[in-house]
Design a protein around this ligand. Sequence first.
Ligand code: ADP
Length: 211
Amino acid sequence: MFGPPGSGKGTYASRLSGKLNTPHISTGDLVRYEIKNQTEMGKCINDYSARGTLVPDSTICQLLQKRISQPDCTKGFILDGFPRTIPQAQELEKICATDLVINLDVPDTVIIERLSTRLTCRNCGAIYNERSLKPRTEGRCDKCEGHLYKREDDRPNIIQERLQVYRKQTQPLLEYYHKKNQVRNITNKQADVPPEKIVEEIINLIQSERN
Ligand code: ADP
């Protein structure tokens, strides 16, 4: 799942995961898990995440390797937030083949609106929105009743930094996957389109690729 911060990678990947019975791997969630549990790695990467910059390739690849080696990943997985640089894509290629790159094409205005009103579950990482995707009970996760919070990096100046990092370091990857003819675009110009509608579009796209 490819696209700028706030384009919906995590929101759609988590729903696709249930529908396709395939694990959803978010490297952002892996990073936040290490930070929350104050592991040795968590202490080293905290600053990158808080500033909205990328964690070093070697560290993120190590985290990904560890997750992919779990038994639930043997038949495949949905990647969200990885790869984000050319070296990461090259590393991924050594581990496994990619089937499809779903590129979420969303304008900056929508991204800023979404991220500044986004709520995240501190326990399971589920994503909500104060305006367009409210939880059933205010402040509580529908899935696990965990506490909802605003991510540190969802503040306006950090959002701008993340968008710049995306353009400079991650967007060039699209060319890498275009050359493999694996990029498929999903365009969404509005902030409040129900996630289910986009997920349906993605599933149709995957099915048409299979045929
Ligand atoms: P976003 O909403 O910006 O897509 P994520 O939740 O995917 O955010 O990631 C949060 C932070 O975790 C990033 O700003 C970065 O510091 C770190 N991170 C996540 N994935 C990667 C990656 N593949 N390479 C480097 N850093 C990463």
